[in-house]
Design a protein around this ligand. Structure first.
Ligand SMILES: Cc1cc2nc3c(=O)[nH]c(=O)nc-3n(C[C@H](O)[C@H](O)[C@H](O)COP(=O)(O)OP(=O)(O)OC[C@H]3O[C@@H](n4cnc5c(N)ncnc54)[C@H](O)[C@@H]3O)c2cc1C
Length: 482
């Protein structure tokens, strides 16, 4: 037993089995919310409004690793299923549920930057806005989300697709070490030299292997100004732009990461009013390289059609990181479905255009992410991230406000991914999957087998199963058990 494990064990006698929730309230530095408590409704809420009806038995807001250990032991002793909440953005709604104990790390959002070592330690409940705020004070950054309220934890543990990824790798590639509360309540550290197989699993295998209380990331010089932003074109340019994008991506500079978004023009002052609410295609790009080289990187692609609005140019890194926040606010009902693409052929391009025109609402979007660069250079076996060689990731990302509209949105998103079946590699990015039970098909056979072996080592009875679950054999044989 390490020193840290011994002190953790000492600090939490008597065991939580002897506690009831009243005593847990005393044991914790953080807060507990049960149904009927003031603040329960807020505490139980997650980003995706489609999962808002869930009624957890308890929401345990943890102030640090010690609280996480106490909460986990209490939930296990009380036979409560555990849901872990980082930033609360998980689309499939795993961070809440009826009758569960939510272990909520949101108060644990501290970020500390070591500029000399170019490293940041980040609390398990931080969101990307917290990280960018502190790292940019030193002119540094690491690959974070396209919406700044997304949690660092779920994002990184699933992989982490962001603007810096083609130059600096996915978020999980920048994960150097972590402190983890294991399913049996121990606090351990993982890095390349300590429990390295666990680090492998945290780099893409999701929240299956423990509750991460602290992340340690590599940082890179970025900004404060970068070349970034969207260019909006009429939907009539869908086909031309997708084809030009396909031709441009193989030789694009690794400084730049771009996506095409087949969407509806939002009612923003930067877009001419006549276009608000009309179907448009947005080319969105960010360069992690010198600002003055940005134009040269995208020039040819940008000139494919006459834009409706063009915001691509120098802007603060923190501005591109928050630009899309107002479009995806907490409470929107949402569903995502995704596929890794082996190619972007003409047939698929035509089908995506047709599906774009049939989108059921203004927030029904088709994203085609450019992958490659540093992502593809990293050895596939070195992380649990499902796949590295695909040139594109397709994400049907849809949001709606009218609860009755859900089925139309879900079936449209499924149709988008079905349309890509022939062009897909058969694998998918787990963080873009709104349905549960998707892990088996999302990872390739080899990675999945290694994930199962790791799960059996760190969580053999599937305590942490509200996630894209890697099911250990014991739980499969006996049904899920605690
Ligand atoms: C508006 C929006 C924009 C997005 N943009 C991007 C994007 O640009 N790129 C991208 O790659 N993804 C993106 N995503 C997907 C995002 O990566 C996932 O939804 C991710 O799960 C969010 O993490 P979270 O911590 O906020 O979620 P949560 O709902 O809090 O957690 C999701 C799951 O992660 C696990 N988990 C959370 N915290 C911990 C922890 N501390 N320790 C162990 N396990 C934990 C649990 O299994 C939990 O169920 C976006 C999602 C949304 C809603």
């Amino acid at each position: 037993m390490t020193l840290i494990e011994q002190s953790a064990a000492r600090a939490y006698a008597p065991t939580p089995a002897e506690l009831d929730a009243k005593e847990l309230r005393i044991a914790l530095r953080g807060e507990i919310f049960a149904p009927g408590d003031t603040g329960y409704e807020d505490a139980a809420r997650i980003w995706n409004g489609a999962h808002d009806g869930a009624r957890p038995a308890l929401v345990i807001r943890c102030s640090g690793a010690a609280d996480v250990i106490a909460a986990l032991r209490f939930a296990r002793a009380s036979n409560l299923e555990i849901a872990v909440r980082g930033g609360g953005h998980g689309v499939a709604g795993f961070a809440t549920g009826d009758g569960v104990a939510v272990i909520d790390l949101s108060p644990m959002n501290e970020v500390h930057v070591d500029p000399a070592a170019r490293r940041a330690t980040v609390g398990g409940g931080a969101v990307w806005a917290d990280v960018d705020h502190e790292t940019q004070a030193h002119g540094l950054a690491t690959t974070g989300g396209l919406v700044s309220s997304t949690g660092v934890a779920g994002f990184t543990l699933g992989g982490g697709i962001g603007w810096l990824m083609r130059k600096h790798g996915l978020a999980c590639d920048n994960l150097l070490a972590a402190e983890v509360v294991t399913a049996d309540g121990r606090l351990i550290r993982t890095s390349e030299s300590e429990n390295p197989e666990l680090l492998w699993g945290l780099r893409g295998g999701g929240g299956n292997f423990g509750i991460v209380t602290q992340f340690e990331f590599a940082l890179h010089p970025v900004g404060p100004m970068v070349y970034a932003g969207p260019v909006f074109y009429p939907a009539e340019a869908d086909v031309a732009l997708l084809r030009a994008f396909r031709d441009w991506t193989p030789n694009a500079s690794e400084d730049i990461a771009a996506l095409l978004n087949l969407t509806t023009a939002p009612p923003l002052p930067v877009i001419p009013e006549a276009w608000h609410g009309r179907k448009v295609v947005a080319l969105v790009a960010t360069s992690a390289g010198p600002v003055e080289e940005g134009d040269g990187h995208v020039g040819r692609l940008r000139a494919v059609a006459e834009p409706v609005a063009d915001l691509l140019g120098p802007m603060p890194y923190t501005a591109i990181q928050t630009l899309f926040d107002p479009l995806w606010e907490t409470g929107v009902h949402a569903y995502f479905k995704a596929a890794n693409l082996a190619r972007l052929d003409d047939g698929l391009i035509e089908r995506l255009h047709e599906l774009h025109l049939r989108a059921p609402g203004p927030q029904a979007e088709i994203h085609v992410h450019q992958m490659g660069g540093a992502i593809a250079r990293i050895d596939e076996a070195s992380t649990a991230f499902a796949e590295r060689s695909m040139p594109y990731v397709l994400n049907a990302m849809t949001g709606w406000r009218d609860p009755g509209a859900g089925e139309a949105h879900r079936s449209w998103a499924r149709a988008v991914i079905e349309a890509a079946r022939d062009a897909s590699t058969g694998r998918a990015y787990v963080n873009y999957l709104g349905d549960a039970n998707a892990a088996r098909t999302a990872y390739g056979d080899e990675t999945y087998r290694r994930l199962v072996a790791l799960k059996e080592r760190y969580d053999p009875t599937n305590v942490l199963r509200r996630n894209q679950n890697i099911e250990p054999r014991a739980a499969r044989a006996t049904g899920a058990e605690r």
